[in-house]
Design a protein around this ligand. Structure first.
Ligand code: NAI
Length: 332
């Protein structure tokens, strides 16, 4: 049996990991708390730790894991900004992730957020349930003919762009490494960042969080956006400077903001805080705007994505035991 500890465990994680092919060869310990320097000792005796987006695996944590005998950090997500890869290498711990469990899940959620926000579906749902059938203040706009800017045309950005093309939008894109063939095939045009910011009615972010993309959207970037434009972020919260975003919302510069991720989501998202006062004033303020829609990092949450995450992670753990290399493209 391979010993493995899964952190920040939720009922849906357990459900999918407990039925992945080969699961009977892994002795799972599911922990509801997150992995970090303070909790690294709970992995003593484990060969594998399995973590998610808000576990915080810095050098101190990695030193603790190595001391306890951990050989593999398996991220059950695509982003890996929360792991010190250099330290992991130094301590001889392999790191794997699930690079593409379902780009459709995230792209479809981004579109769902925009449609909800633009057509006020969340407000209409509540109104009708209270027998208020008035349409006042529910006016939206057609997506057809609008210009959509996609920043980051990797796996998720490309699918999002294609869906917007299905709505008859004009789609423009920006990426450090443009995919020219794909763009030509779908009638999408690459532009400079400045052109994209200045001409888009809707902007959707699909970038990884790196030192270069931290606060990619700051005061100046937001000011270059069209008055009344919509901004969607399903990537990582720290891509946007929340203080600058709030200022742009207060002045009415932005028409709407849809967020599945938030700069300071760690410790807040994924948990039920309905019995406590939220201590984050910027999040409290964001939640008061009628033109802001927030979901709690749920874009990945489809049956297909959870099944794929459990499949790839389980197979990588079994491969470690069999002294085989990780699945193609999953090693970091
Ligand atoms: P990907 O790696 O396939 O694509 C990222 C793209 O961004 C690449 O084309 C790359 O060239 C481009 N890029 C990187 N730095 C750039 C820069 N400074 N300027 C312009 N372009 C840049 O990643 P994928 O799979 O499309 O995912 C995107 C992000 O979505 C992930 O990094 C992750 O943070 C987030 N994500 C969020 C989920 C959620 O549940 N909300 C679930 C899965 C991923």
């Amino acid at each position: 049996m391979i010993t493995a500890a899964l952190y920040d465990a939720k009922p849906y994680d357990r459900e999918y990991f407990d039925r992945a092919l080969g699961h009977e060869r892994i002795a799972w310990q599911f922990h509801e708390f997150r992995l970090g320097a303070q909790t690294a000792a709970t992995a003593d005796g484990m060969r594998v730790v399995c973590i998610f987006v808000n576990d915080h695996v810095d050098r101190t944590c990695i030193a603790g894991l190595a001391k306890g005998g951990v050989k593999l950090i398996a991220l059950r997500c695509a982003g890996f900004n929360n792991v010190d890869l250099k330290a992991a290498q130094e301590f001889g711990i392999a790191v794997v992730r699930v690079p593409a469990y379902s780009p459709h899940a995230v792209a479809e959620h981004a579109i769902g957020l925009l449609l909800t926000l633009n057509r006020h579906i969340h407000r209409a749902y509540n109104r009708v349930r209270e027998h208020n059938f008035s349409l006042n203040r529910l006016v939206g706009f057609d997506l057809a003919g609008k210009t959509v800017g996609i920043i980051g045309t990797g796996k998720i950005g490309r699918i999002t762009a294609q869906i917007f093309r299905g709505f008859d939008c004009r789609v423009i894109a920006h990426d450090l490494m443009p995919t020219a063939d794909w763009a030509a095939q779908h009638g999408i045009e690459y532009t400079s960042l400045t052109t994209l910011l200045q001409s888009s009615d809707i902007i959707s972010l699909h970038l990884p969080l790196t030192p270069e993309t931290f606060h990619f959207f700051h005061r100046d970037t937001i000011q270059q956006m069209k008055h009344g434009a919509y901004l969607i972020n399903t990537s990582r919260g720290k891509l946007i400077d929340t203080t600058a975003l709030l200022d742009a919302l207060k002045t009415g510069h932005l028409g709407g903001v849809a967020l599945d991720v938030y700069e300071e989501e760690e410790g807040v998202f994924f948990e039920d805080h309905s019995e406590h006062l939220l201590q984050d004033d910027e999040l409290n303020l964001l939640l008061t705007f009628p033109n802001v829609l927030i979901t709690s990092h749920q874009a990945f949450l489809t049956r297909e994505a959870l099944g794929e995450i459990a499949r790839v992670t389980t197979e990588n753990i079994l491969r470690l035991d069999a002294e085989q290399p990780p699945l193609d493209g999953t090693a970091l």
